[in-house]
Ligand binder design. Structure first.
Ligand code: OSB
Ligand code: MG
Length: 369
């Protein structure tokens, strides 16, 4: 792969409905779209999943832009790349900043797959023809609102329902959800809203037969989770705490979780995501693909990685129309009976709609080799 130039675009899209987690509410999504172009004019696409503010992790849209502009894009353009997996090594000189790295690596993967004439999932080793997905539901104004929203997604066939929780919106809420939907595969995501002092409250969730509880404790913790897990019957799934293969290895060694949510951006790219997937497969630990309220390009990358075998639980990649009035890819991601058909066109398998990209772009910059 010999890239001629890279375009960074700053996009802004309105969510159809506000999305509330234990740490804040999203109404608009700002993100960076990366386009890597080779000398024949073939484009590869990547999407940064960092948010506007450092709520979920320390990265933001602006820190990503800075890292890409000053360090990562120049490194990627400096020498030809034989295989996208080489970028992990090339980027290793720069600490952390995983979402910035993943956005650029993703564009190179798409370009690589397109040049090879194969769908992106193929070089990653994914075999599934369709993937199972669930939906993540934000904190609602009232429990009745929540039940109505869940009703809608259950009727659409989503394979599991994830409910956001926080202190004061947890045990009583989950009890009501369970009463209304006794059989629905259900889980809760706390986004780090608790500490070990809340162990009794978390233990109280055991009676509702949740598939898992996601990231109950601190975003950088493995040790307290390892103390908590043996106290609970419900499996703990780590999200924020797993930023690399080594984090995953340590978490499994410590017993900090029984399930891992893999987000490509959080772990620094598709290659690291695959390595974590493979490690978990060896250890008999199921993984699933998390979401960051992505637009179409990010969604396409999520679909590609989810085709790997040990993505054994439904992910958070819901339909484009769940989030957006109009997405930036054609066709949009569609979900039927909780399944997404994996596209088999080369690369990410969806066409980027340049008209829509322009519409949402606030500014852009081109970087030449
Ligand atoms: O923790 O998985 C999370 C949204 C924003 C920030 C963090 C998270 C989420 C979600 C929604 O749960 C995932 C999605 O639907 O894209
Ligand atoms: Mg989460």
């Amino acid at each position: 792969i010999e890239m001629e130039y890279v375009i960074l675009r700053h996009l802004q899209m309105e969510l159809k409905a506000p999305f509330t987690t234990s740490f804040g509410t999203f109404q608009t999504k700002e993100f960076i779209l990366v386009e890597a172009v080779d000398r024949d004019g073939v484009s590869g696409w990547g999407e940064s999943v960092a948010f506007s503010a450092p709520w979920y992790s320390e990265e933001t849209v602006k820190t990503n832009w800075h890292m890409l502009e000053e360090f990562l894009v120049p490194l990627a353009l400096a020498e030809p790349i034989n295989h996208p997996s080489e970028l992990s090594k090339r980027f290793a000189a720069i600490r952390q900043n995983h979402m910035a790295k993943a956005a650029l690596e993703g564009a190179v993967w798409d370009l690589y797959a397109k040049r090879s004439g194969v769908p992106l999932h193929q070089p990653l080793g994914g075999m599934k023809k369709e993937i199972e997905v669930g939906v993540s539901i934000g904190i609602q104004p009232t429990v009745d609102d929540l039940l109505r929203v869940i009703e809608r997604y259950v009727a659409q066939g989503y394979r599991r329902i994830k409910v956001k929780i926080k202190p004061g919106w947890d045990v009583d809420v989950i009890r009501e959800v369970r009463r209304a939907f006794p059989d629905v595969p259900l889980m809760a995501d706390a986004n780090s809203a608790y500490t070990l002092a809340d162990r009794e409250r978390l233990k109280a969730l055991d009676e509702f037969g949740l598939m898992m509880i996601e990231q109950p404790l601190a975003a950088d913790d493995l040790v307290d989770h390892a103390r908590l897990q043996p106290l609970l019957e419900t499996p703990i799934c780590l999200d924020e705490s797993i930023r690399s293969y080594d984090d995953a290895r340590k978490a499994l060694d410590l017993g900090s979780c029984r399930i891992i949510n893999i987000k490509i951006g959080r772990v620094g790219g598709l290659w690291e995501a695959k390595r974590i997937h493979d490690l978990c497969a060896e250890r008999g630990v199921p993984v699933w693909c998390g979401g960051m309220l992505e637009a179409g390009v990010g969604r396409a990358h999520n679909i590609a990685i989810t085709t790997l075998e040990n993505f054994a639980l439904p992910g958070d990649t819901a339909a484009s129309s769940h989030y957006w009035e109009r997405d930036i890819i054609v066709p949009e991601v569609e979900v039927h009976r909780g399944l997404i058909r994996v596209p088999d066109a080369p690369g990410i398998g969806y066409e980027v709609d340049r008209r829509q990209v322009e519409r949402y772009t606030q500014f852009a910059k081109v970087f030449h080799r």
